[in-house]
Design a binder for this molecule. Sequence first.
Ligand code: FES
Length: 105
Amino acid sequence: MTTILDICTLDELPPGGKRLVEWEDLEIGVFNCAGEIFAIEDRCSHDDGTLADGELDEAACTVECPRHGSLFDLRTGKPLTLPAYVPVETFPVLVEDGLIKLEVD
Ligand code: FES
């Protein structure tokens, strides 16, 4: 069953901003990449690095895993560089009335 999570207002997550959301046993990183909001599982597929702690590149829309440096595409969850090679999960984002929401299963 799909659940909609209220995250925060758009003002609270400006461009370049990121935040960590916990839901059940999931941790999800939410990123504002030059005005677009993306959400990916906050666990690197290589060795569980915390992606929300990584460096966000707004122009490329990527985040760099702080542990061993794999770059992940925030749009798709796919790693663009090694050592990670398995995608991480992405979550649909809704923005309604200035409020950021996530769809989780
Ligand atoms: S834990 Fe992310 S690249 Fe190794």
